[in-house]
Ligand binder design. Structure first.
Ligand code: DGP
Length: 189
């Protein structure tokens, strides 16, 4: 039923896009259309184009996640190692001896910060956690709260961990997304 309505009404097209990446609908749509993320949602006349863009970007995200998953077990360094080593630039918002927090290169909300352990120690994804990781996992959550306060979103923010290919994880170094600065939607896509 839902699939049928998606193809017949512009509102349903929007619903479709929300279902694809609901945790960041406006930012996601406008980002994919190359617009400012605070711009209005697409007009009715743009809905066909919107659907094509959304379908293409969803495919891209899933393809990226699949490619990343294929090499996840290799233990190879990721782009985050280069960010930790400051070999490539990032906008750092918080740092201590265990955790680095920096702005996501493709923000899905006005505030979108990634938190990573400086030492991966087998934590390619949350699903690899063992009891010895309890301290760093707890610290990451605590730092999420610190970052939310520093960014002024302490009254409403979301912490997301994409785990594995089906969740569209694209970098196999555990990371928390801290998102906020706009009204979040639920359920996530
Ligand atoms: P995930 O899909 O959960 O694996 O999220 C990975 C995030 O990493 C994604 O939102 C984009 C971000 N990202 C990837 N490469 C870079 C980079 O070089 N710099 C920054 N700042 N973020 C990156």
């Amino acid at each position: 039923m839902a699939a049928t309505s998606v193809f017949f009404s512009p509102l349903s097209l929007l619903r479709c896009s929300l279902a694809i990446r609901t945790y960041a609908p406006e930012a996601f749509i406008s980002h994919r259309l190359g617009r400012n993320r605070r711009s209005p949602l697409p007009s009715i006349s743009n809905s066909g184009r919107c659907l094509r863009h959304i379908a293409a970007s969803t495919t891209n995200e899933e393809a990226s996640a699949k490619a990343a998953a294929a090499s996840a077990e290799s233990g190879a360094p990721t782009i985050f190692d280069k960010i930790i080593a400051k070999e490539i630039p990032s906008t750092i918002v918080y740092e201590d001896d265990k955790v680095l927090a920096f702005r996501d290169i493709s923000p899905q909300a006005p505030v979108h910060v990634l938190l990573i352990p400086k030492l991966r120690d087998g934590l390619t994804e949350l699903g690899k956690a063992e009891s010895r990781h309890g301290e760093i996992l707890g610290h990451l959550l605590y730092v999420a709260k610190i970052v939310a306060e520093k960014e002024g979103i302490q009254d409403g923010f979301r912490v997301v961990i994409n785990n594995g290919q089906q969740a569209c994880q694209s970098v196999y170094h555990l990371h928390l997304h801290v998102l906020g600065g706009r009204q979040m939607k639920w359920p996530p896509g």
